[in-house]
Write a protein that binds this ligand. Structure first.
Ligand code: SF4
Length: 163
């Protein structure tokens, strides 16, 4: 007897949090925010070779419908302000992936007067992807780690009350 034939009689138990997180992590929509050379690798990651869509991830052109902001490249102080505006426009729950040395810490240009030495100086970062530039495989791994983080989140469990 095939699994399909027995499926109507099967019962699956899980926690609501696990079910919700499973659906959320399986449809992560990302916004690409390319600022320098790392952006080329980021765009490649969204293409058919790396094929992020096999993980349920799809690119979006506006922060208002995006779950994840991928910041790749050198973040100047001027763009840091715009990055904060974009982040604020995203609906919660929202996540940030910092891609490459420049986004992580300023990289080669961290001592320049016009460069912000890390995206996390402006907005909270969930996953850091190292490299100069990181390969598409590295960004893919970072996004899969983000999926694992989403799966562990707890929304319905109340924190214990303190006396
Ligand atoms: S980390 Fe390297 S490849 Fe990426 S933006 Fe900086 S200099 Fe360019």
């Amino acid at each position: 007897m095939s699994l399909l034939n027995t499926a109507p009689e099967m019962a699956i138990t899980t926690r609501v949090d696990d079910l919700l997180n499973w659906t959320r992590k399986s449809s992560v929509w990302y916004m690409m925010f390319g600022l320098a050379c790392c952006a080329i690798e980021m765009m490649q990651t969204g293409g058919p070779r790396a094929d992020l869509e096999r993980f349920g991830m799809a690119p979006r052109a506006t922060p208002r419908v995006s779950d994840v902001l991928i910041v790749s490249g050198t973040l100047t102080l001027k763009m840091a302000l715009r990055t904060k505006v974009l982040y604020d426009q995203m609906p919660a729950p929202k996540y940030v992936v910092s891609m490459g040395s420049c986004a992580n810490c300023g990289g080669l240009f961290q001592l320049a007067y016009s460069v912000c030495d890390g995206v996390d100086k402006v907005i909270p970062v969930d996953v850091y992807v190292p490299g100069c530039p990181p390969r598409p495989e590295a960004l893919t791994e970072g996004l899969v780690k983000l999926q694992a983080k989403i799966q562990r989140e707890r929304w319905l469990v109340r924190a214990p009350e303190t006396a």
